[in-house]
Design a protein around this ligand. Sequence first.
Ligand code: AMP
Length: 180
Amino acid sequence: MIQQNPNSMEYVKRHIRDVVDFPQKGVVFKDLTTAFKDPRALHIIGWDLSQIYRDKGVTKVAGIESRGFVGGSILAFELGAGFVPVRKPGKLPADTIRESYQKEYGTDTIEIHRDAITPDDIVVIHDDVLATGGTMLAAYRLIKSLNPKKIYINCIIELSDLGGKALLPPDVEVTSLISY
Ligand code: AMP
């Protein structure tokens, strides 16, 4: 269990902006751009994320488009791992595999390069927010189909009322920095 400095996490929380009714009515959007633009909050996020995986032999971090690219890149850099993008359809230039899923608002599809992950990889899948879990489950299925040695799941914020964790495989370690 990684000990977070509670003062640091409170600092990050104060820099997360709630945007009511975005992108549609009834959704309270957890806007992390206000934390990412603050140097201290960004540093705390990167440091605390990396502490979770320091001794786990992680070789790749897969970040989910687009806000998952920010924390995912920092995490990969801190761990000395590679970064691979999980993207919306039609954005990746080479041979891809894809998965469709339900979101808190609408249906979506994500893709990854077929050669992004190899069987000797230990992978952290990272996104900014875990809401209903549909996006993360689709990313997990994509990456699992490429047979890595191990997969961890990670996000900065978990919206626990939306039950995303319960959708994910029970044998996979799911870690978040902040839970609402
Ligand atoms: P889900 O598939 O429902 O877990 O949704 C996760 C994805 O949608 C993440 O990529 C988030 O960036 C985004 N998302 C969903 N709900 C929210 C929310 N309330 N606040 C911020 N981002 C959200």
